[in-house]
Design a protein around this ligand. Structure first.
Ligand code: DX5
Ligand code: ZN
Length: 228
């Protein structure tokens, strides 16, 4: 079973003080930092780009989990790799088997990982199922892309269960990442259905003790595992 990983999403912090957002994740022993890139086309918000990712890269060695919520992501692969992303996740809604293959070779040739993200209402496309062995992380979104602080959409649970079953059935090592509305109260629901990477924006950065919140999420997730 893949280990539990906690991925705080800096979108929930003060965007004028991202250095502190990084420090909190380092102090809390987060496993990776989730960086939400939104272009105002794919989703209704505009966040930051490769320049910000690069600036943050100078401040930490944490694994960078860059979630690209943008149209034409193939145009930006090199820029985000140069900026220091370790895992680059692309949305299935804007890819095809052919563009995935191009992106995958570009990312893999730099020794980095490709993730595939799907919105709550998007099923795993056939082309993606055929390529699952090349996807290091399946990002199962439990809110519509755009903003931190939304409530987890529980109607995604059957899909989550189906996807983690598929990964297991095929004997793959694919991480299953949940993105959207993760809070200590719903960690059990997602971990028991096979999620092992937990993105948390408000679930970390909107808490009074954000450093401690990282450990709380980890403890909750690991206790679900302990119960078998
Ligand atoms: C939404 C982003 C999420 C978001 C998570 O577009 O992809 O990563 O920041 O934030 P919370 O955990 O607050 O839903
Ligand atoms: Zn995200």
């Amino acid at each position: 079973m893949n280990q539990i990983r906690i991925a705080p999403s800096i979108l929930a912090w003060d965007l004028g003080d991202l250095e502190r957002a990084v420090q909190i994740s380092v102090e809390g022993n987060a496993d990776q930092l989730h960086l939400d890139v939104i272009d105002g086309h794919f989703a209704p918000n505009i966040t930051f780009g490769p320049g910000t990712v690069k600036a943050l890269r100078r401040r930490t060695d944490l694994k960078f989990d860059t979630h690209l919520m943008i149209d034409n992501p193939q145009l930006y692969v090199e820029k985000f790799l140069d900026a220091g992303s370790d895992l680059l996740s692309f949305h299935a809604e804007v890819l095809s088997g052919r563009t995935f293959d191009e992106i995958h070779s570009a990312v893999a040739s730099r020794g980095k990982e490709v993730g595939l993200a799907i919105k709550p209402a998007t099923p795993l496309p056939g082309w993606a199922s055929e390529r699952l062995d090349r996807i290091s992380t399946l990002v199962v979104m439990t809110v519509n892309p755009g903003f931190s602080g939304q409530t987890m959409d529980m109607s995604v649970m059957p899909k989550l269960e189906m996807l983690s079953g598929l990964v297991k059935e095929r004997g793959l090592k694919t991480d299953i990442e949940i993105d959207g509305g993760v809070e200590p109260e719903n960690v059990r629901e997602v971990v028991k259905r096979g999620a092992n990477v937990l993105v948390a924006g408000a679930g970390v950065y909107a808490k009074d003790d954000p450093v401690g919140a990282i450990a709380t999420l980890r403890r909750q997730a690991e206790s679900v595992r302990g119960q078998g």
